[in-house]
Design a binder for this molecule. Structure first.
Ligand SMILES: NC(=O)c1ccc[n+]([C@@H]2O[C@H](COP(=O)([O-])OP(=O)(O)OC[C@H]3O[C@@H](n4cnc5c(N)ncnc54)[C@H](O)[C@@H]3O)[C@@H](O)[C@H]2O)c1
Length: 717
């Protein structure tokens, strides 16, 4: 043994050829401080090792190296810039040491080589991957750029154009794609990885592969003519402006940096990388995106625990083959859980199956699914007009019409058919789970399972725990949602549950503005372009359905009369009474007609404008700050209440639910992160300015107290 530690070791494979094997104590290899220290020490030993002729860098785990340790980031990035500068310099010294070994080096890559893992393979002279490899630099997705030499080495290995694409999109690449651009030198079957790496390394040792000149190229300025450079960087800037937009500074910074250092050698170019990295690490956007990554891990970890506890769902059933039932059946089948889809109407069953077939057809078209795979999924959806095949289901998801009486009857019927320990879940969007539980003999086996439309695309499932719901039931439904590829978040029962409960106050803020003559098109523009929502509130109401929203408003008014009581002259009611239901009937705040692909295209509708002018006067312009405050303060206050009342268990889960359920702007990190970023005291001052608008604008006493104490929701992050 040449070197041994708890993160990696180095040993001889054969005379002259050593292998450095990453094998951390945890489940994956990552560049945390401990690993970096051992990596450094091992390289020091190798530099002075007589008889060394070549080095293989490999992993003993199912993945190569997944990246830097993101859990260390937020505390590290809160340190003064000089500390960050030191960290980057020290770490790059290590990567340079690998690159500067006096012998040829090869990375043998299996599984993930992302971020720092990818930067480590780039520091080697040669790279061979097996078919399981996934390679990429995802740092821009966290609001950062690669910091261990990735922005310097990758363009010099695969060319500026490819590197700009890899780095600005942050995507991971399959080995064949990586081979095509020259990021790796060969792809082999997993069992041939080690021998292929040694064979290629030997060709370098004998001089057949000119590793020295490959190495020199990585350390020299980029070889780009002026015209080529102008083309590459202009194109990349255009792409980034279009795809990333103005709220995400990292991809823009990456292009600017790669351009800036293109004429420089390694040492100078790395200095540029450090400076750009530090600047980004200190942005609110990086904090928000890293926070979301950590929250996501936390939420997924909870689902994993539930999956370990719960008996797996072998057979599912869905009641109702409508928009939601059809989507749920499809999602269940596609992720491998067979499902019975029951409805009372044959046409509904046909429609549900057709929808599933259409979605699958698209996947076959895109080459993501083979035709026999499609048949297998479709066979996993069994349509039925009676309950008989439902009897064997471990979980039944009820998705019939939103009517408490009908749901009560249907739930009681199905409870009589299924096994004693089967779980029932309702996909209601508004009806209290405790109310529905009253129809059941075994309310402990019942909870809510609130999907979002369209089911196959929206990542969130709210799992609603009723007063009598057992832990086993929650665990089973959480596990089933996770198996469906969704992110389940457990919330307690209340009108609107978590997501709709906080969304409707936002709509109320919007309605109040409209009643004062605000221009909904201006509001939509401010809330989407400036605040960053995927769409503004008027468009969102049209997509949700004005009739649905109208109904929800009634439910919320009954549930929270003191804050959400029916608003007189509500623009949503106005639209509803004029039969303007939004996208579903082609007219709401906007009008819709199918485009060439059959997707509804939104255009301005003079009739809607005239109707609103009639009701509230000619449209007035409000400044953006007012629009944001007046729509967001009610949503934020309600979110804080949900946390205080234990509807949602933690700021992390609330922020993930908002991101995955309604597309809260990721660069803001969620409502609790947003509060921490702007400062609780500033938020309280902002809300107080609008206190006269009613109880939705009143901050809670506890939040006021937290603000006075200078507290935060995310501790130490
Ligand atoms: N559409 C959404 O955006 C959305 C989002 C989340 C939750 N939800 C909820 O999902 C549920 C279903 O909504 P949808 O939009 O799919 O409605 P939908 O009208 O498209 O579908 C309802 C289906 O239920 C069937 N049905 C009625 N009575 C039945 C019975 N006794 N047994 C079996 N099937 C019966 C109907 O034939 C119809 O096919 C509702 O509770 C709704 O609130 C809807």
């Amino acid at each position: 043994m040449i070197f041994e530690s708890n993160a990696l070791s180095v040993d001889w494979l054969e005379p002259g050829i050593a292998q450095m094997t990453f094998d951390a104590e945890g489940s994956v290899n990552k560049f945390d401080r401990n690993t970096l220290t051992h990596f450094h020490n091992a390289l020091n030993v190798l530099h002075d090792l007589p008889d060394l002729k070549g080095l293989v860098v490999a992993s003993a785990k199912g993945a190569f190296i997944v990246g830097a340790d993101i859990t260390e980031f937020l505390t590290l990035f809160a340190e003064p810039e000089s500390v960050l500068q030191h960290w980057l310099e020290e770490t790059n010294l290590i990567f340079n040491k690998l690159e500067d070994l006096p012998v040829p080096t090869i990375a043998a890559i299996n599984g993930y080589a992302l971020g720092g893992g990818c930067e480590a393979i780039l520091a080697c002279d040669l790279r061979v991957a097996d078919s399981s490899a996934r390679i990429g630099l995802p740092e821009t997705k966290l609001g950062l750029i690669p910091g261990f030499g990735g922005t310097v080495r990758l363009p010099r290995v695969i060319g500026a154009d490819n590197a700009l694409e890899w780095i600005t999109t942050g995507k991971e690449h399959r080995p064949d794609a990586a081979l095509q651009v020259g990021a790796i030198d060969a792809v082999v079957a997993p069992d041939a990885l080690s021998s292929a790496a040694v064979a290629m390394l030997k060709r370098a040792i004998t001089g057949e592969i000119d590793w020295q000149s490959r190495r020199a190229r990585k350390q020299a300025p980029l070889t780009l003519s002026k015209i080529e450079a102008a083309m590459s960087f202009t194109t990349a800037k255009g792409m980034v402006a279009m795809k990333a937009g103005p709220h995400y500074p990292a991809p823009h910074a990456a292009v600017a940096l790669i351009e800036q250092v293109s004429g420089q050698g390694r040492a100078e170019a790395l200095q540029g990388e450090h400076a750009a990295f530090i600047k980004l690490a200190k942005t609110d956007v990086a904090t928000a995106l890293i926070g979301l990554f950590l929250n996501d891990q936390y939420v997924k970890g909870k689902a994993k625990k539930a999956t370990k506890l719960a008996k797996p769902v072998e057979q599912a059933a869905v009641l109702g083959a409508g928009i939601m039932g059809g989507g749920i059946a499809y999602q269940s089948a596609v992720k491998g859980t067979p499902v019975v889809m029951k409805d009372i109407a044959q046409p509904a069953l046909d429609l549900g199956l057709n929808e599933a077939a259409k979605l699958l057809g698209k996947q076959v078209e895109r080459g993501r699914l083979k035709p026999d795979g499609m048949a297998k999924v479709l066979n996993n959806i069994v349509p039925s007009l009676d309950y008989a095949p439902v009897a064997h289901a471990d979980v039944v998801v009820e998705a019939v019409v939103e009517n408490p009486k009908v749901k009560g009857i249907v739930l009681a019927e199905v409870e009589g058919v299924v096994a004693e320990d089967a779980v029932l879940a309702s996909n209601t969007s508004t009806i209290s789970i405790d109310l529905l539980a009253q129809s059941l003999k075994r309310p402990e086996n019942f909870c809510g399972m609130h999907f979002f439309n369209p089911v196959h695309r929206m990542p969130l499932v709210e799992v609603i725990r009723g007063a009598k719901t057992s832990d086993e039931t929650v665990a089973k439904v959480v596990a089933y949602a996770a198996k469906m590829g969704k992110t389940p978040i457990v919330v307690n029962d209340c009108p609107g549950f978590f997501v709709n409960r906080v969304l409707f106050p936002y709509f109320a803020g919007f309605s109040l503005l409209l009643k004062e003559g605000a221009d909904f098109q201006q509001i939509d523009k401010v809330m989407s372009k400036q605040f960053g929502w995927p769409m503004g509130p008027a468009y969102l109401l049209d997509v949700v359905g004005i009739d649905t929203a109208h109904h929800c408003l009634d439910v919320m008014a009954a549930g929270f009369p003191e804050r959400m009581g029916k608003m007189e002259n509500d623009p949503v009611d106005l639209m509803f009474k004029a039969d303007r239901y939004g996208q579903k009937n082609g007219k709401g705040f906007f009008q819709y007609a199918p485009d060439r692909k059959g997707k509804p295209k939104k255009t301005v509708d003079e009739a809607a404008l005239a109707m609103l002018t009639d009701a509230y006067g000619a449209p007035k312009s409000f400044d953006a700050e007012t629009i944001i405050a007046r729509t967001m303060v009610p949503m934020i206050n309600e979110t804080v209440r949900c946390l205080e009342e234990g509807i949602v268990a933690s700021p992390a889960e609330a922020d993930m639910a908002l991101l995955y359920g309604i597309g809260f702007p990721a660069f803001r990190g969620g409502i609790f992160r947003y509060l921490d970023t702007i400062g609780l005291d500033r938020f309280v001052a902002m809300a107080d300015q609008y206190a006269h608008l009613g109880p939705l604008y009143q901050v809670t006493d506890k939040l006021r107290e937290m603000a006075a104490q200078g507290a935060r929701f995310y501790q130490g992050q």
